[in-house]
Design a protein around this ligand. Structure first.
Ligand SMILES: [Zn+2]
Length: 240
């Protein structure tokens, strides 16, 4: 089964989502190593935090059927997974995750260009998008402006971490509670906000809240990428 077929299965599953509050229907299709496909949808609840994401219902269903971590090859999701679901996908040892990204299905590749000894470009490595998918521009822009606010506006979970950073970024903190193991810190960013050229995802085991460890690490990585002075600022947000 190809990634696109798996995404199509996730699309079909999304129609069965129970999302009367957000009306944002998400589907997930997980391909197990034995070839079976397990589907999940988001299931919301009047008590908002009790809602369950599509990835988690798919993986929960798989575990209930006897699958265990390491049994999964690919997970296809109709939207970008939240920090908590990234933690689940990591726990379950899913080899590869495919999700929608501004309508562009990225072709994974290693390498930017081949150069000769003089630094002249011999060949660009640019496989292009595998295909584009429909996403309503107003949905995408609502999500991106929310992520920009989270990293820039007063009260944003990672705004203090990016204080003074010369590039406007769109980013999201995440904190996965692991009981006695301590919190696992997550941060995912796209930058620059108005024309993303790079996406960085960092997770740090026992790192605490997303703003405490992962987001400052992302700032350091982006400093290198954009060639600006590196500065480590630990955020204080206790929002998970
Ligand atoms: Zn999720």
């Amino acid at each position: 089964m190809t990634d696109l077929e798996l995404l199509a299965a996730a699309d079909a599953a999304a129609a069965r989502a129970y999302a009367p509050y957000s009306e944002f229907h998400v589907g997930c299709a997980v391909l197990a190593r034995d070839g079976r496909v397990i589907e999940g949808v988001n299931v919301e609840n009047a008590a908002y935090p009790l809602g369950v994401c599509a990835e988690r219902t798919a993986l929960s269903r798989a575990v209930a059927e006897g699958f265990r971590p390491g049994d999964f090859a690919v997970a296809a999701i109709t939207a970008a997974p939240c920090g908590g679901c990234r933690q689940w996908l990591h726990e379950m040892g899913v080899d590869r995750v495919v999700f929608r990204n501004g309508g562009r299905v990225v072709t994974p590749h290693i390498g930017l260009r081949a150069e000769d000894q003089e630094g002249r470009t011999l060949q660009e490595v640019a496989p292009g998008a595998r295909r584009r998918v429909d996403v309503k521009p107003e949905f995408r822009s609502a999500i991106m402006s929310g992520l920009r606010a989270a990293a820039n506006d007063p009260g944003g979970t990672s705004a203090p971490v990016f204080d003074g950073f010369p590039i406007t970024v769109a980013g999201k903190t995440g904190t996965a509670e692991r009981g006695a193991q301590g919190d696992q810190s997550w941060y995912v960013v796209a930058a620059p906000y108005d024309d993303p050229r790079v996406v960085v995802a960092v997770t740090i085991e026992r790192g605490g809240f997303g703003a405490e460890a992962a987001a400052p690490a992302v700032r350091l990585i982006l400093s290198k990428w954009f060639g600006v002075k590196a500065k480590f600022i630990e955020g204080k947000s206790r929002t998970q």
